[in-house]
Write a new protein. Structure first.
Length: 221
């Protein structure tokens, strides 16, 4: 359990290092293998001062906190809802990423515009309409708009990513914000074209294959 809690702390600090969030904006959780529990970052604790004892352990079924000296993230309901809906999710990250948030202010998600997007994320990145942060309504809406993919944009809020483990979830955050930046740049010149349907089908096949085989993200490029 200590190792998983350290993964949460390391991931929080990596979000800042990569420029994907600032301050205490965002939260990280990791599923405990072979148990109905998750470890989650605490609420309102600066990442660089976060300690093992600050990281919270929560029962996945009830949502009750069973370990930790701090209150868990205010977005706990959103994390738990994703774990319950997605048995393949081993880690969940919510971050106030710059470009995805900017894109959400235009009322847009990210259509399938690049090969790697479908291969890594599963397809388009949907925009979840704005709902009160920390609420059951937001948790339900996020699960609906995430579907079987790995990322969703939250209107006026940021994004959520899930992965097989915390490193994969970080990769999803970084890839999604990069895609959002590319899409914003293209929008400045016009309406971007999407991938041909056949390419989308092929890349989605790779996505499904990697999930079945339990392998990390790969790229043919």
């Amino acid at each position: 359990m200590t190792d998983l809690k350290q993964q949460v702390i390391d991931a929080c600090n990596e979000l800042v290092r990569l420029g994907l969030t600032t301050g205490t904006s965002g939260n990280v959780s990791v599923r405990v293998p072979d148990a109905t529990r998750v470890v989650a970052s605490p609420s309102s604790v600066r990442y660089q001062t976060m300690r093992i004892e600050d990281v919270c352990t929560v029962d996945l079924d009830s949502g009750d906190q069973v370990e930790g000296d701090r209150n868990p993230t205010s977005e706990l309901l959103m994390h738990l809802a994703v774990y319950r809906a997605r048995p393949d999710a081993g880690a969940v990250i919510h971050a106030h990423t710059l470009h995805t948030t900017a894109l959400s202010l235009l009322g847009r998600g990210i259509p399938p515009i690049m090969d790697e997007q479908v291969q890594l994320l599963g397809g388009s990145v949907s925009l979840c309409p704005h709902t009160l942060p920390g609420s059951e309504a937001l948790a339900s809406a996020v699960v609906e708009h995430l579907g079987d993919r790995r990322a969703v944009i939250l209107a006026h809020h940021g994004m959520l990513a899930c992965g097989r483990d915390v490193q994969q979830a970080l990769d999803v955050c970084q890839a999604t914000d990069r895609l959002a930046r590319i899409y914003l740049l293209a929008l400045a010149a016009g309406e971007p074209a999407t991938l041909p349907g056949e390419a989308q089908e092929l890349e989605r096949m790779y996505y499904d294959m990697q999930n079945r085989r339990g392998k990390a993200f790969f790229s043919r490029g």
